[in-house]
Design a protein around this ligand. Structure first.
Ligand SMILES: Nc1ncnc2c1ncn2[C@@H]1O[C@H](COP(=O)(O)OP(=O)(O)OP(=O)(O)O)[C@@H](O)[C@H]1O
Ligand SMILES: [Mg+2]
Length: 269
């Protein structure tokens, strides 16, 4: 027999979930059709900037099969539960709390092999059975595509706004159409498109080289009636500095063109 959202919902107290969600502030879903386009990078850096500007931010990784929020923040940690059994998000810096399944595993390289209903249950737990503090922003980093985790999030959080991340490559654009279609068919609010790795900042001369034809994202924007919020460059120098200092790139190289553009985007959230 197929397990439906309805069956799972009978196991949770809707009122309690609604009460928790009401305390999480503005909610954003960082979503894409294709993998590896920069969702986690964007989520981490937006959350970091908002927290550094004095906001209280929760960052939830709902990528259950390929969780990498901990690695993106260079953090090894173990989530514990409070006395009432609620998961305790981990505080990274003042004002920023994260939760990722990576920090629930006994062994760092352990694979998570959950199927649909178990995944949907985990999402409910991450949302409603977690001791999130009162927040100004709640950012959700998704796995690529329209899988159980993302569908579960948009089913439960009606007031969430999506940022659709894509590169300008035609394969990523093709999947971005599907991502937008999924959001529209579930009446999820979409703030707009983020083109990542749009151009390359030469690490030697600092010159910018376009990597994909800008028309690709422009066509997607036109045909889906969405705005291109920003075009972020691929910045190997900033990424290298982040890796070296074990900090998100907006902290490691705050004045890089990439960091400044992410900062501008954060100001609009
Ligand atoms: N603009 C950028 N400049 C430099 N490096 C980048 C940029 N965007 C992403 N990267 C790097 O590309 C890789 C993939 O990015 P990221 O993990 O954020 O993608 P993702 O969409 O979350 O992937 P997945 O779908 O697997 O979750 C990472 O190593 C990240 O550091
Ligand atoms: Mg990711």
């Amino acid at each position: 027999m197929t397990t439906t959202f309805g069956d799972l919902e009978r196991g949770i107290k809707q009122k309690e979930l609604a009460e928790v969600l009401a305390r999480l502030g503005r909610k954003y879903l960082v979503f894409s059709g294709k993998g590896g386009v920069g969702k986690t990078t964007l989520s981490v850096n937006l959350a970091w900037l908002l927290a550094r500007s004095g906001q209280r931010v929760g960052l939830l990784d709902v990528d259950l099969n390929g969780p990498d929020l901990g690695a993106a923040l260079y953090m090894d940690a173990q989530v514990v539960a409070d006395e009432s059994g609620r998961l305790m998000p981990i505080q990274v810096i003042p004002g920023l709390w994260i939760l990722t399944v990576q920090h629930l595993l006994a062994e760092k390289n352990q694979a998570v092999m959950w199927r649909g209903p178990r995944k949907m249950r985990a999402i409910i737990q991450f949302l409603g059975e977690t001791a999130w503090p009162e927040l100004d922003y709640f950012i959700i980093d998704c796995p690529p595509g329209t899988g159980d985790e993302t569908l579960s999030v948009i089913h439960h959080i009606k007031d969430i706004t999506a940022l659709v991340v894509t590169t300008g490559h035609s394969l990523a654009i093709a999947d971005a159409y599907k991502a937008v279609s999924c959001l529209k068919s579930s009446n999820t609010d979409i703030k707009g498109l983020v083109e990542n790795q749009a151009s390359l900042v030469c690490p030697d001369c600092g010159r910018t080289i376009e990597l994909n034809p800008p028309e690709n994202v422009q066509s997607l924007a036109r045909e889906t009636a969405l705005n291109v919020l920003t075009r972020l460059p691929l910045d190997p120098k900033a990424a290298k500095l982040a890796e070296k200092s074990q900090k998100p790139l907006v902290e490691a190289s705050p004045d890089s063109p990439l960091s400044l553009l992410i900062k501008n985007l954060a100001l609009t959230l």
